[in-house]
Design a protein around this ligand. Structure first.
Ligand SMILES: NC(=O)c1ccc[n+]([C@@H]2O[C@H](COP(=O)([O-])OP(=O)(O)OC[C@H]3O[C@@H](n4cnc5c(N)ncnc54)[C@H](O)[C@@H]3O)[C@@H](O)[C@H]2O)c1
Ligand SMILES: O=C(O)[C@@H]1CCCCN1
Length: 298
């Protein structure tokens, strides 16, 4: 008889997760996911339940890695809070099961896991796609994802300048206090992104905040925030000019408002997966991925 599950919460998760270990594991797992070998990763598109009364959604994100013996799911609730409340916009729990018996082995606080996993995957996309001489990073948004993106991007790369912008300056002060390096706070999204080599969009907005006319050719954009089919962060111009990469084609075509609503041309996947579902990853033990659209303005 299996014992009760381990509960790994809050500070304990914080003490265990390090980008230097997480990033290579994610690279490996996303590569396996792209291979489409069911013994490596089975990860159906997530099921999303609207929580209309609370302006939110619950997503169920199961994954099985047979070869690794990892069976797990994440439950994530995310909200579009308009009331100025301080409640978090994302809460998550990760449940790890024994694939042979089905018993729960561990229950983990998924909030930090979500923050770090998402940012790590964006950083991996930059590692593979950004121009090697990239000097300027711009982050649109100043919330939880903005901070985790700042942390992993500055740990993995040497930018000369990091700029940040948020709607009405919300959270900029807290952002500057919380991160450990220099930041330039910009008064407009345009000011932040003009001339930037890498742009991360991590806002909760539902209309475009990043416009193609501001983005310099060759810039790499990690578009993270618009994770519902009717939410946007990038405008049609940028989407149509960009080469778009996603870790899951199905996910992007089901959940990415930027992909779905822009009418951007879709190429069929080709025999070389790196051209479409490239060597992107999705986590291993911490498996619970979804889509994440990345574009690289050509
Ligand atoms: N793709 C993924 O895997 C993934 C993972 C986690 C979170 N997300 C999404 O990323 C987004 C950011 O997540 P978070 O946890 O940092 O949220 P957060 O609430 O901590 O921060 C949101 C930021 O967006 C800004 N903002 C809100 N409304 C805006 C608007 N209309 N225009 C411009 N900026 C606006 C806020 O000022 C804040 O800086 C959310 O939409 C979330 O659902 C996606
Ligand atoms: O997959 C996730 O963890 C995120 C949480 C927030 C909404 C979008 N998806």
């Amino acid at each position: 008889m299996a014992g009760p599950p381990a509960v790994i919460w809050g500070r304990e998760v914080e003490g265990l997760l390090r980008y230097r270990e997480l990033v290579p594991r994610l690279e490996e797992a996303l590569g396996k996911f792209s291979s489409r070998d069911p013994a490596e990763v089975i990860q159906p598109g997530r099921t999303t339940v609207p929580l209309q009364k609370h302006h939110g959604f619950m997503g169920l994100m199961p994954t099985y890695m047979e070869n690794k013996g990892v069976l797990c799911t994440k439950f994530v609730c995310f909200y579009k809070r308009e009331d100025g409340s301080n409640l978090p916009s994302t809460q998550a729990t990760v449940v790890l099961l024994d694939p042979e018996y089905g018993n729960v082995k561990a229950v983990m606080d998924g909030e930090l896991i979500t923050r770090m996993r998402t940012a790590a995957v964006s950083a991996i996309s930059a590692k593979l796609l950004m121009c090697p001489e990239a000097e300027v990073l711009a982050i649109l948004g100043t919330g939880a994802q903005a901070m985790s993106h700042y942390n992993v991007f500055t740990e993995m790369f040497s930018f000369k300048e990091v700029r940040v912008w948020s709607c009405k300056g919300q959270g900029s002060e807290r952002f500057c206090r919380s991160v450990s390096g220099p930041v330039t706070v910009c008064v407009s999204a345009e000011e932040a992104v003009r001339g930037a080599d890498v742009i991360v969009t991590v806002t909760r907005c539902t209309e475009p905040v990043l416009f193609g006319q501001w983005v310099k050719p060759g810039a790499h954009v990690a578009a993270v925030g618009a994770c519902r089919p009717n939410w946007r962060e990038l405008d049609d111009v940028l989407m149509k000019e960009a080469v778009v990469y996603a870790d899951s084609r199905e996910g992007a075509l089901t959940e990415s408002g930027d992909v779905i609503l822009s009418g951007a041309e879709r190429r069929q996947p080709c025999s070389n997966p790196s051209e479409w579902e490239w060597k992107m990853q999705c986590p291993a033990q911490l498996v619970f991925d979804q889509w994440e659209a990345k574009s690289c303005k050509s």
